[in-house]
Design a protein around this ligand. Sequence first.
Ligand code: GLU
Length: 419
Amino acid sequence: MTAPVQGSATLGIAQHHFDVAARQLDLAPALVLVLRQIKRELIVHFPVEMDDGSFRVFTGFRVQHNIARGPAKGGMRFHPAMTLADARALAMFMTWKAAVVGLPFGGAKGGVVVDPKALSITERERLTRRFTTEISLLIGPDRDIPAPDIGTGPQEMAWMMDTLSMHAGYSVPASVTGKPVAIGGSEGRNAATGRGIATVAAQALRDSGIDPTGATAAVQGFGQVGSSTAQLLAAAGMRVVAVSDSGGGVHSGGGLDVDALTALKEEGGAIADYGAAQALTNDELLTLEVDLLVPCALEAQITAANATRVRARVIAEGANAAVDPEAEAVLTEKDVLIVPDILANAGGVVVSYFEWVQNLEAFFWARGEVNARLREVMARGYDAVRTKAQADHLSLREAAYQIAVRRVAEASEVRGIYP
Ligand code: GLU
């Protein structure tokens, strides 16, 4: 049995989607028991010296949901609201995400309960290195490979890789992905999640009878995922009419200058500071009349509270579990096409896979090759999901889960139970 732990909305959503797939696939009870369960989890409490000489104790997690198809893979989240229950849910999403696009990985997630924005760079470095040390018994190129997530990026991955390498006594680049290119990171990794979202969103628009060129789009969240998504949607000819960050957003019916907004964020500004457009709240952004809505912020943004007011024709879930099951039922009634998280935002882990392969081979690919292969994997994944959805009268999420859960179930079954 799972150890008693406070649940979370996200864990409830993850279990709901798995339960639906298990029922639809008529999965054997023993497989349901195994796949609904978390395989391995580590909770660590560790001290970090602050710049003023004081000490604080932080809590971190690393959770591996399933490793039947390969090493555990998934991001490291630094967020004040991070919980073990969320790490479990996000690790489950990673298992299905890797499986639906055919990567030879299992699913993991981890992180630290911390507001990284409240730390200096030296405090962040000490926290990252000590956390990496604490969980290092689980991590390695054949075992579990961390990557960036909310609140972490290439610099944290560099510290993680360096810490693991110092312990080993030699460089182990394949132990972490999302690293800077200077130490074996892949070209194209930073924008990979956004590129994957843009690829499947354009196809979903076409499938809904909407020409992506000139289609209107709203993007919630302007971190690494949201900003690269907005840029790539604009580059594909869409009109990005609204974007936001946690402090609020801006709207312009004629389309926003995404490059100018990106520059503003890079200089440390907030989206709401952008003067050349109308201000709007996150709730207003989510309920705008647009062809495409891409929630790239946190979980559970579209719920029973706002689903009836959502007027987008297509939703691509940049953030995991952005649409909760109650909202999804309402939106499906309204014929809104939802590209589910495990498919829509898989581009990041796809290029993480490419990075791991390049590190293991010590042979690097040009950016054009990375991007072309990413598009190919995303298009193939989307195509398989849409074909199954049409053939079996399923939502894209149900089809994606059925494909993913079946792959993991097959791997578990053929391997058998040891001893
Ligand atoms: N954190 C990203 C995700 O949730 C990337 C994970 C990875 O690249 O391993 O998909």
